[in-house]
Design a binder for this molecule. Structure first.
Ligand code: NAP
Ligand code: MG
Length: 402
């Protein structure tokens, strides 16, 4: 069989620990035998980030803007323990944060659903995709404890020196205060990323805030979404037969629990943080979750939602057997290959991505899986495989299908 050709390179961002091991196995067993893989390789492993003073992360983000599609392996975000473990020059920033800032994106996460591993919410027939705004609000707050009685005020001083001032509270004793913000520009990017993703995946888009209580702050999110929808997207949504739906956050939560799934749920930063953990754990495992960062200009970066699985890596280094789930990392590759295929009009590449995903799901549905899934699945005959043999089992399914 001839290998599938690629015309434009994918930006490949290698990573750390157990996921770096899986990365190579996936390439060797599931990609290189079938695709004439063209990538521009960036080693985001912590050692090389340290060696290049993190320049490699910046370069990989620039390359992503240039080519439009990237696939990223999980990476270590350094903390104090990693400083000693890797003898780091500095506590380098989170690569995900750096890439997100460079691409001004929104993160979309959806569970990968398989027969035999059912969500605890039994009416969720189709995946619910969460779109999380990743800028501002309580994640970039200013807060302090009020020591005792006194007046707390909110003050804005314009460049022209003009002041806006409001009393927050006349305290009669100790308490707490907090200041948060967001920027119209960031909310506009978030809105466009959501509308584009809905059109791309032909799914309805839900958005919810607490605008009845937060009549200016949250209302601003609602207004910006509505304004951009009316001006730029309404006709496209009508043509695609999909819907944009705004409701109050309480109503959205209640409706989500009763819904069949198959839509995108756009959330403000905090709501997205909390609700994506709820949706993913209701669906079984972080390793059964796709994650893609989409910029408002249509640049895509695919990754797994989980980390580098450090505990398994240390077992692996000790020569012990591991049973690490590679599904999310495989789906990061298929997502990127399919998008590359779409942008290049390369049908064969798109079909290969579909077949590899199907082979992965078929392998799971035949009862072959890693340990994490065996613990939560409701099938009778289950074979627990190690990291390598699970990937080999997918290869067998794939070869039979090709
Ligand atoms: P983690 O890598 O997500 O793993 C936490 C635990 O979840 C594992 O110990 C394992 O549980 C289970 N797990 C996660 N992925 C799994 C998989 N594919 N297959 C089987 N089990 C899986 O989180 P962490 O250990 O807290 O973080 C490790 C490193 O990852 C940190 O340095 C952190 O900075 C980094 N991180 C990176 C990203 C990213 O690049 N996107 C995201 C999050 C964290 P058991 O041990 O019980 O088997
Ligand atoms: Mg969270």
């Amino acid at each position: 069989m001839d290998k599938i050709k690629m015309t434009t390179p994918l930006v490949e961002m290698d990573g750390d620990e157990m996921t770096r091991i899986l990365w190579q196995m996936i390439k060797d067993e599931l990609l290189l035998p079938f695709v004439d893989l063209k990538t521009e390789y960036y080693d985001l492993g912590l050692e090389y980030r340290n060696e290049t003073n993190d320049q490699v992360t910046m370069d990989s983000a620039e390359a992503t803007k240039k080519y439009g599609v990237a696939v990223k392996c999980a990476t270590i975000t350094p903390n104090a323990a990693r400083m000693t473990e890797y003898d780091l020059k500095e506590m380098w920033k989170s690569p995900n944060g750096t890439i997100r800032a460079a691409l001004d994106g929104t993160v979309f996460r959806a569970p990968i659903q398989v027969k035999g591993i059912s969500p605890c919410v039994k009416n969720w027939e189709k995946p619910i995709t969460l779109a999380r705004h990743a800028y501002g609000d309580v994640y970039k707050n200013t807060e302090f404890k009020v020591p005792g009685a006194g007046k707390a005020e909110l003050v804005f001083t314009g460049e022209d020196g003009k002041e806006m001032r409001q009393t927050i509270m006349d305290f009669d004793g100790p308490g707490i205060i907090q200041g948060i913000h967001n920027k119209d520009k960031s909310i506009e990017s978030f809105a466009r990323a959501c509308f584009n993703y809905a059109l791309d995946t032909k799914q309805d888009l839900w958005f919810a805030t607490k605008d009845t209580i937060s009549k200016i702050y949250d209302h601003n999110f609602k207004d910006i979404f509505q304004d951009i929808y009316d001006k730029e997207y309404k006709d496209k949504f009508d043509a695609a037969g999909i819907e944009y739906f705004y409701t109050l956050i309480d109503d959205a939560v209640a409706r989500v629990m009763k819904a069949k799934g198959g839509f995108i749920w756009a959330c403000k930063n905090y709501d997205g943080d909390v609700m994506s953990d709820m949706v993913s754990s209701a669906c079984g495992s972080l390793a059964m979750m796709t994650s893609v960062l989409v910029s408002p200009t249509g640049v895509y970066e695919y990754e797994a939602a989980h980390g580098t699985v450090q505990r398994h890596y240390y077992k692996h280094l000790n020569g012990e057997e591991t049973s690490t789930n590679s599904v999310a990392t495989i789906f990061a590759w298929t997502g990127a290959l399919r998008k590359r295929g779409e942008l290049d009009g390369n049908k064969e590449l798109q079909e290969f991505a579909d077949k590899l995903e199907k082979a992965t799901l078929d392998t799971l549905e035949s009862g072959k899986m890693t340990k994490d899934l065996a613990l939560i699945c409701d099938m009778q005959d289950v074979t627990v495989l190690n990291s390598q043999n699970f990937i080999k089992a997918i290869r067998e399914t794939l070869e039979a299908a090709l």
